[in-house]
Design a protein around this ligand. Structure first.
Ligand SMILES: *[C@@H]1O[C@H](CO)[C@@H](O)[C@H](O)[C@H]1NC(C)=O
Ligand SMILES: *[C@@H]1O[C@H](CO)[C@@H](O)[C@H](O)[C@H]1NC(C)=O
Ligand SMILES: *[C@@H]1O[C@H](CO)[C@@H](O)[C@H](O)[C@H]1NC(C)=O
Ligand SMILES: *[C@@H]1O[C@H](CO)[C@@H](O)[C@H](O)[C@H]1NC(C)=O
Length: 261
């Protein structure tokens, strides 16, 4: 809670004039205004610092974006409450423009994390979309019901509303992993997996290989073992990673705000 509180204060620094100190009640009021401002900005997103949320072509707001191969854990950045790239105005301005897009070919030096993740509980999150992109084209997607969710529990089978695959739904398939943390021992977050059974048999829909020394040969991209690597099934159903080996150039998590289902 402490970190969450500090990140709110960082947001407030952008909004409150320098020299003015707000008490708890005022902080609360300003936060309410911030949420209102975020909602109102859905149609007219300006470039000013107070409302630097990024709206994607699909009308959803960018919450998180993975950059492969930068030798830094996507999962750790996702979980780093308060460590956002759009809370501080100067930080946001210095984020490479590529990080603010769905185009994984553009240069980006980090996993982009929006303060939306920190504000999650206070925002009316209606939908959460996970898209895997290649050459700025969404190859596959997973759409979740975000109502009454937390920033780290919406990624679950029971919340799955729609996705690109014919053999996966809230009631179809029995994945052995379906969560953001995934298989922590093997460093596989954002993991929707059907089965293990030895490296050559591992099969599923989505996986981020998030550590330098991954357990399976097909996860090792090259001698430097650059990580993370985003794997997805390029079939219309689950597939065996060692055979299909489809790799995305970015994974984008975006949210639709509003109260409508
Ligand atoms: C907070 O500040 C406002 C405005 O100065 C004041 O009216 C209010 O009583 C203060 N609340 C607390 C709990 O100190
Ligand atoms: C290893 O993979 C990374 C990420 O895909 C890439 O940037 C790097 O150039 C590759 N290195 C070699 C030696 O192929
Ligand atoms: C969201 O969830 C809450 C609590 O589970 C429920 O009361 C509410 O009706 C839901 N809202 C929508 C729009 O489904
Ligand atoms: C599910 O996704 C497909 C493909 O984008 C779309 O055509 C369809 O309308 C979606 N269905 C729902 C219920 O959102």
């Amino acid at each position: 809670m402490m970190w969450r509180g500090l990140s709110f204060l960082a947001v407030l620094l952008v909004i409150i004039p320098p020299g003015l100190h707000a008490n708890a009640t005022q902080v609360r009021e300003i936060l309410d205004k911030l949420v209102t401002a975020i909602l109102e900005n859905q149609e007219t997103c300006s470039q000013s610092c107070a409302d630097n949320l990024i709206k994607l072509d699909n009308g959803y707001f960018l919450a998180f974006r993975i950059t492969p191969g930068i030798q830094s854990s996507a999962y750790e950045k996702f979980m780093a409450d308060g460590n956002s790239d759009d809370t501080d105005c100067l930080v946001f301005q210095n984020v490479p423009e590529g990080c603010k897009t769905t185009d994984g070919r553009l240069s980006c030096d980090r996993h982009y994390r929006s303060r939306i993740l920190d504000l999650w509980d206070r925002l009316p999150i209606a939908r959460v979309r996970v898209g895997v992109y290649k050459d700025n084209v969404e190859q596959r997607f997973f759409e979740f019901n975000g109502n009454s969710s937390n920033f780290d529990n919406w990624f679950s089978q029971s919340r799955l509303i729609n996705n690109s695959y014919t053999d996966l739904s809230a009631t179809q398939a029995t994945p052995n992993f379906f969560s953001i943390v995934g298989d922590q021992a093997f460093g596989r977050p954002f993991f929707i997996n059907n089965n293990y059974g030895g490296c050559d048999n591992d099969a599923g829909w989505l996986m981020v290989s998030d550590k330098a020394d991954p357990p399976c040969p097909w996860e090792k991209r090259n001698t430097t073992n650059s990580y993370p690597v985003i794997f997805f099934s390029s079939a219309n159903a689950k597939s065996i990673y060692s055979i299909t080996n489809a790799i995305a150039d970015t994974l984008v998590i975006s949210v639709k705000l509003g109260n409508t289902q």
